[in-house]
Write a protein that binds this ligand. Sequence first.
Ligand code: KG4
Ligand code: ZN
Length: 353
Amino acid sequence: MRILAIETSCDETAAAVVEDGRRILSSVVASQMATHGKYGGVVPELASREHLRAIVPVVRVALEQAGTGFDHLAAVAVTEGPGLVGSLLVGITYAKSICFARNLPLIGVNHIEGHIHAVILEASEAPVELPAVALVVSGGHTHLFEVREGFTYRLLGRTRDDAAGEAYDKVAKLLGFGYPGGPIIDQLAPHGDPRAVKFTLAHMKGNKLDFSFSGLKTAVLRWVEQRDLTAEIETRRNLQNPSMDDWLRWTPQPTLDMLASFQRTVIEELLRRAMASAEEIGAKALIISGGVASNAGLRARARAANSPCPVYFPTPALSTDNAVMIASAAFLKFRNGRFSDLTLSASANLSLA
Ligand code: KG4
Ligand code: ZN
């Protein structure tokens, strides 16, 4: 039972073929980093254009690597939202065309459910027990869900302003680092003192399981303004194709200390609410997924922390956007006969709960 999945919600054009919901036959991810890097963030119009260029070859390579053709597919799955509407439409239109031409069933998948199912697929030997809490942290989302039996979802908390990955990207941009900023800060953080700068944790009125990162982002901005970092930042901005060694070489110790402190604070924010919600609902597992889940500091802290239940992360390749996770979520829908029809359209703010 082979599903071809297509994911184009943001700035990666991805396609994968997965057999029986667990065997990954191929996974192709074409990144647009080179296009968006110089702008310090994703430019929606450029993203749609790049998807248009990449979608046909990416799907072709995914089929070739899987040693399969359209005739051997059981269904085509595609991300229907949330995401950038122009980007989503490229994947959806292509998926619908394949289904129409080959008379295949179509399955629309929620991108966030995909991130959760990346973990479910990889844990197929020792399945994740439900109910679980899922913390989905990426450039676009910071959400806490209860995952109930039968994979229904209840929203427990979400960010009221920036997503955690967005905070990483904005701090990196402010300081003259490249895009995406998360992996760079993650690798620089171990070179700094995480207790050097005292950032305060957010106090939430109302839902205590909501997140906020705008205060932290502003605190970093104040920290930068109180020093004269112009020369340091300009130097980094002008580096040509910098390696990690270059970033490290051109980042003085006080900035490394601040970045380590920033990362420590983000991790604290994420984990304390994830652990509290797991406790609150009596979760049997905590799933942490999405681009920020590849953060080495977060992984280390989550494993060391006193978690009320086992913690699951996807492997780094399945943490950031990919199509395997979309195929994995689609498999469950396939088994339950939950198909979409050819009126499927992009839903920029599609909710999961
Ligand atoms: O899931 P993803 O690939 O795309 C979205 O759905 O947003 O996540 C990308 C985000 C970016 O904001 C990036 O900076 C962040 O994930 N990210 C990281 C790390 N790797 C990627 N953030 C912190 N540490 C990392 N190692
Ligand atoms: Zn994502």
